[in-house]
Design a protein around this ligand. Structure first.
Ligand SMILES: Cc1cc2nc3c(=O)[nH]c(=O)nc-3n(C[C@H](O)[C@H](O)[C@H](O)COP(=O)(O)OP(=O)(O)OC[C@H]3O[C@@H](n4cnc5c(N)ncnc54)[C@H](O)[C@@H]3O)c2cc1C
Length: 413
């Protein structure tokens, strides 16, 4: 048991925490930094867990975001396999698994999110998986040789990406979801119908409008999903992708305020409710300068950019988080989509540029007369202007004629 003292204590070694440490060194922060994570691996990217890593196309090392060597060279103390058990934000002391205590100057909560669990009959059967970590993908990969059929419960990007990857492995895969079409909640019906057509054209079975009620199997392994309408789906492997829940256990224990979304409540500078405390990444619900309300966003680039803002503010910048969110998803090599902005609070109008039938289009989401997000499938050339127009809070009146006209120059708007 030791008593340590560090200028910055970062709780959580995902990309948000790692980005805070990296940026602190980049801007010449001279103080001591302790980056703590409970996982076994050095900070890595999660997106390959449903894509190239699950497909066996890349090795674990290629997903590393911040290596132990970089930490050593840059005097960042990286401690893995260690949980922070308790934080006293008055005394500015944290208690670590193993008994060490660390007093700190600033603390960053970068504790991420955990999978949302589905509480249904049969959820203890073998062959049932969630994906958050690369190690979850390892478990799924290990089972592939014994599997001919699979299903995803959930039709958002996790379910669709997994279904695409498994199908390319020759496994007959079904996407089962409550909404009618895959990715409909995030991108609306027009884009979702297109995503569905791509999945189906490549051999994925898509079943919309279905609630899974239970799982059954013989010999302890899952064999079938049972839906509320009485229908069944055969699957020897089931991956559940029904969303994530912010991990705020440590923050709650520290008495930090929690926002309506369940994330740690931070202001526009990402400061939490206790002195010298910040939050970044999936766990943080921030005051969005861009949208004029509070948001919690689960995108890798948002987590990285939040980490940078926290680093600047620890260093005294007093800067707001103004990054225009960016997200991507790949369905095998069948389809890549990119998305800027954020329409998680809904939208009331969609403008389309390009041709949905030809698979080269962008959808522009408008809420209360203002552009809030743009999705591109095969039209990434639109995204730079979309990002600028979202940041400028562009009015739909300025876009209504130009966006649908592919010959109109968006740069002039
Ligand atoms: C399978 C999958 C695919 C994805 N694909 C995409 C994609 O294609 N594009 C995209 O933009 N985004 C994608 N995302 C989202 C993206 O990965 C997340 O937004 C990003 O990982 C968030 O980073 P984070 O650092 O905030 O949280 P996390 O990556 O969750 O890291 C938080 C870390 O903190 C640790 N921790 C929590 N509490 C403690 C504690 N008390 N003590 C010590 N450690 C603690 C956790 O164990 C975890 O390791 C995907 C996510 C998943 C799961």
């Amino acid at each position: 048991m030791a008593e340590l003292s560090r200028d910055v204590l970062i709780i959580g070694a995902g990309v948000a925490g790692a980005s805070t440490a990296k940026e602190l060194r980049k801007i010449g922060f001279p103080g001591s930094i302790l980056l703590l994570g409970r996982e076994l691996d050095a900070p890595y990217e999660r997106p390959p867990a449903t894509k190239d890593y699950l497909a066996g196309k890349i090795e674990r090392a290629e997903a590393t975001w911040l290596s132990p060597e970089w930490c050593e060279e840059n005097d960042v103390e990286l401690r893995l396999r260690t949980s922070v058990l308790k934080v006293d934000t008055e005394a500015k002391v944290a208690k670590l698994q193993g008994g060490d205590e660390v007093s700190y100057g600033h603390v960053v909560f970068a504790t991420g999110a955990n999978v949302r669990r589905l509480n249904i009959e049969g959820n203890d059967l073998e062959g049932l998986h969630y994906i958050r970590a690369l190690r979850n993908a390892d478990s799924i990969r290990g089972e592939l040789p014994q599997v001919q059929s699979a299903a995803t419960i959930g039709g958002s990007y996790i379910g669709c990406e997994v279904a695409a990857t498994l199908t390319t492995h020759g496994i007959a895969t079904t996407v089962v979801m409550q909404e009618d079409h895959p990715m409909q909640i995030g991108f609306g019906e027009q884009a979702a119908r297109y995503v569905r057509s791509v999945l189906e054209a490549n051999g994925v079975t898509v079943l919309g409008g279905k609630a899974v009620e239970g799982l059954s199997g013989d010999d302890e392994r899952v064999e079938q999903l049972r839906c509320a309408d009485g229908s069944t789906v055969d699957a020897q492997l089931v991956i559940i992708g029904i969303g994530a829940v912010p991990d705020v256990m440590t923050a709650k224990g520290a008495g930090l305020e929690i926002g309506e979304s369940g994330g740690i409540k931070v202001d526009a500078q990402l400061r939490a409710s206790a002195p010298a405390s910040y939050a970044a990444g999936d766990c943080a619900e921030f005051e969005s300068v861009l949208f004029g309300d509070r948001r919690r966003i689960e995108h890798q680039d948002v987590a990285i950019e939040m980490g940078k803002t926290v680093a600047h503010n620890i260093n005294g910048a007093g800067e707001d988080f103004t990054f225009v969110p960016y997200f991507w998803s790949d369905l095998a090599d069948w389809l890549s989509l990119e998305y800027v902005g954020n329409a998680s609070k809904g939208w009331d109008e969609e403008l389309v540029r390009g041709s949905i039938d030809d698979g080269a289009f962008s959808v522009w989401y408008v809420k209360d007369g203002t552009l809030v997000a743009t999705l591109s499938i095969g039209r990434s050339e639109d995204l730079m202007e979309a990002r600028r127009l979202i940041a400028e809070r562009a009015s739909v009146d300025a876009l209504r004629d130009a966006v649908p006209d592919v010959d109109a120059d968006l740069a002039s708007l």
